[in-house]
Write a protein that binds this ligand. Structure first.
Ligand code: PLP
Length: 460
């Protein structure tokens, strides 16, 4: 592993002490709030970041699925400066700005079907929150105030605001947190690897679709406002649903006038090789698409919801066309965020999408080779997102005990060797910057292999 400049021991100690004293990081445990330091990153370049100890690491998760064009990207840095000098902010309440108008048109051209309208937010949670509040508002305006329930799935992650978090369905998400659970119905996670024993993937898909159909019958379509799905469940462990699943869920939504919200916070902006994945990869046209993360490659907090013209037309034709959608953020349509997103889109369209599409099969195949390790139950994924799921034993594929935190152990070993991993309990997620080359993919997989092997030795 290459050593580059980090911080001195004294500076590192001061950094850790100050972080412990004042910084609250996401997802802390109660006893460590205000008493924790998780190490640090001081710089980034391309697919690499450098930690405070001066170790250069491959950024395996691209931050949090977001640094799609890589770190230290000059065109984006220039845009940040130039847009800040040209117009740093305007109030979206009263005015619009050039970058947001131009970006909206470009996004509408990329989006499937009639998703021609964009409401900008500050990230993914606020994008999902916007989509859900919009559904509630629309059904109030359309005179069907009971049609508000949201169908989500076990294993999903949609955010950390109250309503978006209420949809989450991963282990531990709700152990200590309140939620708007009365509004949410959760369906089975469409994970073929964890399908019931003796059931084919096709039959499993039928079961999932039947479950949704039965749910609609049980609750009544007049009470269900939306179905929300990440096309590939990301933080739940890169769950690629069975072939045809999304299509058939979409058809049920259409049949029962339920909005299909595709949460593309992770899958958009090149992660699956296209600006949006719903149509290009899965052949579906959602009613709303939420996005964030890769839209600015993480250089500025921006997200949004693309909304269908048909839906807006219904509101225009309703008896309450004067009803106000009382929802907006100070930083909606932020000019710097939108300008960064335009440059990011230039880079994606200018070659990075094509590179991601070309390298994806190689990335998946190389990672798949890890399935020869006894600790690995399955490697799955699509595009440039993948998950290595570890199991207690490969005969049964039984999950490992939660408290072993195998993902964290693998991450710790990999960090010593030059790779950051996104640990998810007993899984490791890989979603590197889309600019990763094939030799760099080889490095990533080789380090991950070593990290898993070392962890395996530790457990036996
Ligand atoms: N939706 C999905 C699919 C996500 O993966 C995430 C975050 O990881 C979110 C929504 C929430 O986004 P944010 O953290 O930007 O609020």
């Amino acid at each position: 592993m290459r050593k580059v400049k980090g911080l001195s021991q004294q500076a590192r100690d001061a950094f850790a002490e100050s972080a412990r004293a004042h910084l609250i990081q996401p997802w802390p445990v109660a006893g460590e709030i205000g008493a924790e330091s998780r190490g640090g990153i001081v710089s980034g370049n391309g697919i690499y970041v450098t930690d405070i100890e001066g170790r250069r690491q491959i950024d395996g998760p691209a931050g949090m699925w977001c640094t799609n064009v890589g770190h230290g990207c000059e065109p984006i840095a220039r845009t940040l400066y130039e847009q800040a000098m040209a117009l740093s902010y305007n109030s979206p309440w009263y005015t619009a700005n050039d970058p947001s108008v131009r970006l909206s048109e470009r996004l509408a051209n990329h989006a499937p079907g009639d998703l021609n309208h964009v409401f900008y937010t500050t990230g993914g949670s606020s994008a999902v929150e916007t989509a859900l509040r919009f559904m509630q508002f629309a059904n109030n305006v359309l005179g069907r105030a009971d049609k508000k329930m949201i169908v989500a799935r076990q294993g999903a992650y949609h955010g950390s605001t109250y309503l978006s978090a209420s949809l989450n369905g991963r282990p531990r998400d709700h152990d200590w947190m309140d939620s708007a659970g009365e509004l949410v119905i959760k369906l089975t996670c469409p994970n073929p690897f964890r399908r019931p024993a003796g059931v084919s993937v096709e039959a499993f898909c039928d079961m999932l679709v039947d479950e949704f159909r039965n749910t609609i019958e049980t609750y009544g379509a007049e009470r269900i406002g939306a179905f929300i799905a990440e096309p590939i469940m990301a933080s739940g462990g890169v769950i690629v649903p069975p072939e045809g699943y999304l299509d058939r869920m979409r058809a049920l939504c259409t049949e029962h006038d339920i909005l299909f919200i595709a949460d593309e916070v992770v899958t958009a902006f090149g992660r699956l090789g296209h600006v949006f994945a719903s149509k290009e990869v899965f052949g579906i046209e959602p009613d709303i698409i939420t996005f964030a993360k890769g839209v600015t490659s993480g250089y500025f907090p921006l997200g949004g919801a693309m909304i269908s013209s048909r839906l807006l037309e219904r509101l225009r034709q309703s008896n309450h066309a004067d009803a106000m959608f009382a929802h907006g953020l100070t930083y909606s349509s932020h000019p710097i965020g939108c300008a960064v997103a335009e440059t990011n889109l230039d880079l994606l369209e200018g070659g990075i999408l094509a590179q991601a599409r070309a390298n994806a099969p190689y990335f998946q195949a190389q990672l798949k080779s890890l399935e020869d390790l006894p600790l690995v139950g399955e490697v799955r994924g699509l595009g440039l997102m993948a998950c290595v799921e570890c199991v207690a034993d490969r005969e049964s594929n039984n999950p490992l005990a939660l408290d072993l935190e195998v993902g964290k152990r693998i991450d710790a070993h990999c960090q010593q060797l030059g790779l950051l991993v996104r640990p998810l309990i007993h899984m490791c997620v890989m979603s590197p910057p889309l600019t990763i080359s094939r030799p760099q993919i080889d490095d990533l997989v080789s380090i991950l292999r070593q990290g898993i092997s070392l962890t395996q030795d530790e457990l036996t």
